[in-house]
Design a binder for this molecule. Structure first.
Ligand SMILES: C[S@@+](CC[C@H](N)C(=O)[O-])C[C@H]1O[C@@H](n2cnc3c(N)ncnc32)[C@H](O)[C@@H]1O
Length: 357
């Protein structure tokens, strides 16, 4: 059976004068040309507060999100509703709301941006939706899991392998040699996956192996900052955000000193004095983060020279390429592609003007 979790958007109503998608696309293109940030902490904050208020509540609530033209859109909360599924004997049950982040490429594409009510919204309220058996009400949770003990050993084993590896040693010495990597007390990670979601801890390559390596990288960055600043481990804040985390992940990561935050909390934690890490996210982390701040170090999917066609889930943009060209030094990340995909290290260049920082 396919993964049962689906994300969908319920009813959305624009609360101002109606608009056409084409009008919205033209206006958003000019905001992009003018270099306007499309994601802002103010709007993320407003959405976060409303998500907190509707937490645990069922159908009947609303969340209001401002579009890029300043007009609010009302998103209906449909938690608890059921929908028919194509699978006989099963239905979808609507679960908690979540944020859908729309990258600029999708906003200005008439193929992807088709609903005039939300045409200006780069933040939209969606819901998780899970398949369940109609008669037993049992959720189709197909995700296999390791036990807490297995996950702990699995994480420790892979952390040791990572710590002893040449790419880890090289990254440490690069960061320790950079003058700008000072006064940093925060590491923020996005989309590093679930370590526990795996029923084959004996396999050396799996999504949870990648997740174990990527979280080990967070611990390495913390150690580098401790060494640099002469701080204790507990004085360096490590935050991660991924909706996939299970309770086992939470307990293992928290006991290693990594705090798990709910979306969009980790975006709100990003600032110029942070190290940001992300790896193959399903959300446009690069576009969001670069609108919010100029982090001193970003370790994330390599930024290509040209536009991808079609764009991926974390697409680059000419704005992002200009930012990197003008303000960051790119350094090779030597971790293996199996566990770290195609990461690169971007370090803020203190030799260039600090305009916009
Ligand atoms: C393709 S997987 C990559 C996972 C892991 N980094 C890897 O390399 O295997 C994409 C990840 O993005 C995560 N993701 C989706 N929405 C997110 C959000 N709003 N914030 C952070 N992570 C998110 C997914 O849960 C998933 O773990």
């Amino acid at each position: 059976m396919e993964s049962p979790v689906r994300v969908y958007m319920g009813k959305a109503t624009r609360l101002g004068a109606s608009t056409s998608v084409q009008e919205a696309i033209t206006r958003i293109k000019s905001l992009i040309d003018d270099g306007e940030p499309l994601f802002t902490k103010k709007e993320l904050h407003a959405v976060r507060e409303q998500l907190r208020k509707v937490q645990g509540k069922e159908d009947g609530q609303k969340i209001f999100v401002k579009g890029l033209d300043g007009v609010a859109v009302e998103f209906a909360i449909e938690t608890g509703n059921t929908h028919r599924s194509p699978l006989p004997g099963y239905e979808f049950i609507v679960q908690k709301p979540c944020i859908e982040y729309v990258p600029m490429q999708d906003l200005i594409s008439s193929l992807w941006n088709r609903n005039p009510d939300v045409a200006y919204c780069n933040l939209r309220i969606y819901h998780y939706r899970v398949l369940r058996n109609i008669s037993t009400k049992q959720l189709c949770d197909t995700q296999a899991m390791m036990s807490k003990n297995e996950t702990e050993i699995f994480f420790q084993t892979h952390s040791q392998v990572w710590r002893a590896s040449e790419p880890c040693k090289q990254l440490r010495s690069t960061l320790l040699s950079k003058g700008c990597v000072t006064n940093i007390r925060k590491v923020v990670g996005f989309a590093l996956g679930s370590i526990a979601s795996n029923d084959r801890p004996d396999l050396f390559t799996s999504p949870s192996t990648a997740s174990a390596f990527q979280h080990s990288l967070i611990l390495t960055l913390r150690d580098v900052l401790c060494e640099r600043e002469g701080e204790r481990r507990e004085d360096i804040l490590c935050y991660v955000q991924d909706p996939m985390y299970t309770d086992i992940d939470k307990s293992i990561l928290e006991s290693s000193g990594i705090d798990i935050l709910d979306d969009p909390e980790a975006f709100l934690q990003v600032d110029d004095a942070a190290i940001v890490v992300s790896c193959a996210p399903n959300v446009p982390v690069k576009q969001i983060v670069s609108d919010l701040a100029r982090p001193v170090v970003m370790i994330w999917d390599r930024i290509g020279d040209r536009e991808e066609d079609p764009p991926g889930t974390d697409p680059d943009s000419s704005r992002l390429r200009d930012l990197i060209r003008n303000h960051y030094e790119e350094i090779e990340f030597l971790g293996d592609g199996q566990n770290f995909r195609d990461l690169a290290v971007y370090i803020y260049r203190s030799d260039v003007s600090s305009t916009g920082r």
